[in-house]
Design a protein around this ligand. Structure first.
Ligand code: NCD
Length: 355
């Protein structure tokens, strides 16, 4: 039984998400065979944060499948501006649409939405936490470019702390036999929970500072933008920006078979002259986002029996310590946690703390 919603790709078995990736590649080959498959269905896009690719690729995907779309891309033009809570907005829109896509600045918001929705919910990015449909896009691109998702040396470079695309990709690929080279400054290294997932899977990984030193051994380089909007101050952002810039000189030390991915948007972490290098596949990757999302919409709308969003144990006396967690702005949400030894793991944002 498939999960009803896509909040975290880890809620799907690897067979289930691999089927979605294969379907995306099939759709890419013969898109016309899938036109009209969602006729009469409505997809709602609720974007509480800016987006170009994710929002428009979802809209394109639904239109190509013959369905229609509704939604907002500025919550201040919706009843959110009048103080409506997430629960009520979701309740109402899930009564209008057949499937709902949400992007929100708070971590765990998509899960909170799914718990209150009467239709499938897709997480299109919840703060600095996860971005599973970007991961589907990345996996389609890796299959297309490398023909496999294992035995790869994958470098991830830039804002590994706040980059939700990085977290989702590592979580999904950790159980496969890949080697991760995590390239960042100390301040922007991966969160502890991602390190714990790598350890639990026995994954090989190293955390390094220098892109120059790491680049020659990589099969895949996943560049990311420094996530300005997640910084507490301009000074903190200024201290991190421009540390990593992939240019032609650095690329001259890389393998001919390297593939450079980037979820985009790019700021200045890849110079524009790299775009002409055949190893740069980020624009192809953005196009794959449409096929990945067509495959996902088709899968979620066609599965008959679905498992509800998994929830942990409600502990009324406990509060998540992560100030960016949705439980702080939507206080009616049940305080649910997974218990792990002497730690509690927040069900929404995965922040973990000692009891
Ligand atoms: C990413 C995101 O929103 O997390 N963009 C995207 O969806 N393609 C990456 C980013 O904004 O840096």
């Amino acid at each position: 039984m498939l999960p009803a919603s896509l909040i975290d790709l880890s809620d799907f078995s690897s067979e289930e998400w691999q089927k979605i990736v294969s379907l995306a590649l099939k759709i890419k080959e013969h898109p016309e065979a899938y036109f009209g498959r969602c006729e009469g269905k409505i997809l709602a896009t609720l974007f509480y944060e800016p987006s170009t690719r994710t929002q428009m690729s979802f809209q394109t995907a639904m239109l190509r499948l013959g369905g229609q779309t509704i939604g907002f891309d500025n919550p201040m033009n919706s009843s959110v501006a009048k103080g409506e809570n997430l629960r009520d907005t979701i309740k109402i829109i899930s009564g209008y649409a057949d499937i709902l896509v949400i992007r929100h600045p708070m971590e765990g918001a998509a899960k909170a939405a799914a718990l209150n929705a009467d239709c499938p919910v897709i997480n299109a990015g919840d703060g600095g936490h996860l971005h599973p449909t970007q991961t589907l896009t990345d996996l389609v691109t890796l299959m297309q470019e490398k023909g496999r998702l294992d035995h790869l040396t994958i470098g991830l470079c830039g804002d590994l702390k706040n980059g939700r695309t990085v977290h989702s990709l590592i979580k999904t690929l950790a159980p496969f036999q890949n080697r991760f080279v995590l390239i960042s400054t100390k301040d922007l290294c991966i969160p502890q929970y991602i390190r714990d997932i790598l350890d639990a899977n026995g994954s090989s990984y190293e955390e390094v500072f220098s892109l120059e030193e790491a680049i020659s051994e990589l099969d895949v380089l996943y560049m990311t933008r420094i996530q300005k909007e997640r910084f507490a101050s301009q000074e903190e952002y200024d201290a991190q920006k421009d540390v990593y810039v992939l240019d032609k000189e650095k690329l001259s030390h890389a393998k001919g078979s390297l593939r450079i991915l980037h979820p985009l948007p790019r700021v200045d972490e890849i110079t524009v002259d790299v775009d002409d290098d055949s190893r740069a596949v980020y624009f192809k990757q953005a196009v794959n986002g449409v096929y990945a999302r067509m495959a996902l919409i088709l899968t979620l709308l066609s599965s008959e029996e679905k498992t509800p969003v998994p929830t942990g144990k409600e502990i009324k006396t406990a509060t998540c310590r992560n100030t960016k967690c949705i439980t702080h702005t939507e206080p009616y949400l049940p305080s649910c946690f997974q218990e792990c030894g002497d730690m509690l793991i927040c069900d929404y944002c995965e922040d973990r703390f000692l009891i």
